[in-house]
Design a protein around this ligand. Structure first.
Ligand code: ADE
Ligand code: ZN
Length: 318
């Protein structure tokens, strides 16, 4: 399904780093990442907490603006290969320590130059600066301030990722209010590791989209609410299967959510960690649920409508 034009709303920049790219940076920075890769050179972890550990260790070798620019270039190149015409990338400054984030203007400036070059070749992108739940609300505030101060160009949103079972959504209300006042789009991971009450918690933060959100299926009233309020779910089925959120593709609730009128879209989350690609996700949806041109077109329209971009860009995606 590579040739189909796609809009991807949920891709972590750090989680999309090719393992060989990370090994190269580890050598340059004299950092030992042994044990993080299997004998085929792929990321190696057991379960979600270990995934977060390996993910953060890999991210620790991506350091200054030049490293981030090279990473973005590698990632957008692969997005283009997958037929993506628009991508929103979660970028988490908090992985660079809890120091003052004012230096992040330089990181973002270097990435924006790369993003502009790829936009000229047909892969448009925006960044969603992303708070890490398990680092707590104080560090999140710094990310929100950084996002608010850089809003308007490449930075288009604020997100919340990390361990869903640590901390309540309301703990991050200050950060989400700050971002909303700056005109940023809002999304948060929920309904991946926790159930419906977690999804309701992020709705109270004022998000228009939810990362994953699939466990809303456990509560029919919530499913109706999501459909009525036109909340868009950034569903990443391959991630859910690889991390064990669902047993297998056949039992994934994406088709049931779509049938209930919820705006579902499809993304890859952290593709090399889950041995997936955007076109593979489409192939699997076609194979397991019989989805074809009509369903994919509808999904990409919803993604375009929910994208955190200006209307002129949005119209080009439809
Ligand atoms: N960060 C990267 N991938 C994630 C996921 N699937 N859930 C929560 N945080 C993440
Ligand atoms: Zn994610």
């Amino acid at each position: 399904m590579k040739s189909l034009k796609k809009v991807e709303l949920h891709l972590h920049l750090e989680g999309a780093a090719p393992p060989a790219f990370i090994r190269g940076l580890a050598r340059e920075h004299h950092t030992d990442l042994s044990g993080m890769f299997d004998d085929q050179g792929r990321y190696h972890y057991r379960g979600f907490n270990d995934f977060l550990r390996v993910y953060e260790a890999a991210t620790s070798v991506v350091r200054g603006p030049a490293d981030y620019a090279r990473l973005l270039s590698a990632v957008l190149n692969e997005c283009g290969e997958q037929g993506a015409i628009y991508v929103e990338l979660f970028v988490s400054p908090e992985f660079c320590g809890d120091a003052d984030l004012s230096a992040w203007r330089d990181h973002l400036g270097a990435m924006e130059e790369v993003a502009k070059a790829y936009a000229l070749s047909g892969v448009e992108s925006r960044a969603i600066l992303t708070c890490i739940r398990h680092y707590g609300p104080d560090r999140a505030k710094k990310t929100a301030i950084c996002a608010a101060e850089t809003a308007g160009g490449w930075v288009a949103g604020l997100g919340l990722a990390g361990a869903e079972d640590l901390g309540e959504p309301k703990d991050f209300a200050w950060s989400f209010d700050c971002a909303r006042e700056a005109g940023l789009g809002l999304t948060a991971h929920a309904g991946e590791w926790r159930g419906p009450e977690s999804v309701r918690g992020v709705l109270d933060l004022g998000v228009t989209r939810i990362g994953h959100g699939i466990r809303a299926i456990e509560d029919p009233a919530l499913v109706r609410d999501l459909a009525e309020r036109e909340i868009t779910l950034e569903v990443c089925p391959g991630s859910n299967v690889a991390l064990g959120v669902v047993r297998d593709w056949a039992s994934h609730p994406i088709a049931r959510l779509a049938d209930a009128g919820v705006r579902v879209t499809v993304s890859t989350d952290d593709p090399p960690f889950f041995h997936t690609t955007l076109s593979r996700e489409y192939d699997m949806l076609a194979d397991r649920f019989g989805w074809a041109e009509t369903e994919f077109r509808q999904m990409n329209l919803w993604a375009a409508e929910a994208a955190f971009c200006d209307n002129e860009t949005r119209d080009r995606l439809k």
